[in-house]
Design a protein around this ligand. Structure first.
Ligand code: FEO
Length: 400
């Protein structure tokens, strides 16, 4: 077991990897695992920045102990974020270091009592306040709703390290390397976007507000609570986050369909042909009954076009498609193009709901035609599906 990894003089990564949890927040699959990044700063005073999920406390404490110089104790625990994947170890940590002061903003301190009943040894900081550890001086930036109301970031004035909380982080455990120039970023990028789009994306406007607050700061390293540490090229993740939180989507189309016996699927295949014949290469197709919604949301966040097709189930939309619509609305996605089609056997239902979604959603451009097939799609309907693909391709190309 290593002792943690030095990021800069006196600053160490003391995080842990979680390869065991199936569903993050009880919702999101973790095929590549996830890291809970935490940090330790050793100076005249010793500070910890964030902790880890409670079940990983023992590994975390081992790392703290291995680095702690003889005769010193932990002076401060800075809490950037109270979600239990980072705060879960606090209660036991307080027992190990009872004189340690816990540093957070007003909301953090309220959450600390609410989650763990801790009220002693707390230090409430204000936005912009600086805490000196000796050489390292920590400046606090309150960045509410990136991702919870108490969220803040901590910036070390000495090294230019920004401890950014969830912002700039993503799924994917750190398999050996922890720095952006040690790992295969392609392996992580989709998982960073899946994390952003599903967990932080709803708060995109607040991410943009945080960007404004951080303007003019010389950020040399980004140390988030999940995923790689951006020490070589922090501009890359800053630029991706900026693009994603402005909802600037790329050329490409996501096709999502719900089909019980293949009829709606045939319609989707005709749409895909229309897209392909019009030169669209980036097509991401999801059978909504099989793809986990988090991967679908990720792709919708990434690409400009979305075409949804659904069979009717008990006079309504196919249930997993209903869930997808609710997830899209919850994340307040905009700046996209959308087309819809549906099928039914004896009474309609699915298409009506899809049309309502597509035409009522502010910031979406509706692409015609709308197609509805009874029982199985006929040649004429399949032609219209192909036309929907063609029209979508043309609209997207025009928009770029
Ligand atoms: Fe990684 Fe919002 O917690």
């Amino acid at each position: 077991m290593h002792r943690g990894i030095e990021i800069h003089d006196g600053i160490y990564w003391i995080g842990v990897n979680d390869y065991e949890t199936n569903l993050f927040e009880g919702l999101w699959p973790l095929p590549k695992g996830v890291s809970y990044n935490a940090y330790m700063i050793i100076d005249e005073k010793v500070a910890l920045v964030d902790t880890v999920k409670g079940s990983y406390f023992s590994q975390y404490l081992d790392r703290v102990k291995a680095l702690l110089p003889e005769g010193k104790s932990i002076d401060y625990l800075v809490i950037n974020h109270m979600e239990p994947d980072h705060s879960g170890a606090i209660k036991v940590l307080v027992e190990a270091y009872p004189r340690m002061k816990i540093v957070g903003n007003k909301k953090t301190i309220q959450f600390l009592e609410g989650f763990y009943g801790i009220t002693k040894n707390t230090v409430t900081i204000e936005d912009g306040e600086v805490l000196s550890l000796g050489t390292h001086k920590l400046k606090f930036y309150l960045t509410p709703m990136v991702h919870w109301p108490e969220t803040m970031m901590t910036y070390d004035l000495e090294t230019g390290t920004l401890f950014s909380g969830d912002a700039f982080g993503g799924f994917g455990a750190l398999n050996g390397g922890i720095f952006d120039n040690q790992v295969d970023l392609e392996y992580y990028e989709d998982e960073i976007l899946r994390y952003f789009s599903n967990i932080v994306g709803r708060y995109s406007a607040m991410v943009q507000r945080a960007f404004k607050k951080l303007e003019g700061i010389d950020i040399k390293t980004i140390a988030a609570t999940h995923g790689p540490i951006w020490r070589k090229n922090p501009e890359k993740i800053i630029s991706l986050y900026d693009q994603w939180s402005k909802q600037e989507a790329e050329e490409g189309v996501v096709l999502v369909y719900g089909s019980m016996y293949g009829n709606t699927q045939r319609m989707m295949e005709a749409v895909a042909k229309g897209l392909c014949d019009e030169g669209v290469q980036k097509i991401r197709l999801h059978n909504i009954a099989k793809s986990h919604i988090s991967f679908v949301i990720r792709d919708i966040w990434k690409f400009k076009g979305l075409i949804m097709g659904s069979c009717t189930y008990n006079t309504e939309l196919f249930p997993p498609m209903k869930q997808l619509i609710s997830a899209i609305e919850n994340r307040m996605m905009k700046n996209r193009y959308v087309g819809v089609f549906g099928s039914y056997s004896w009474s309609g239902g699915a298409l009506k709901e899809l049309e309502e979604f597509a035409s009522n959603n502010k910031g979406w451009n509706f692409i015609e035609p709308v197609i509805e097939a009874q029982h199985s799609p006929k040649e004429e309907e399949l032609k219209k599906c192909k036309l929907l693909g063609t029209n979508m391709a043309k609209a997207i190309r025009k928009s770029l």
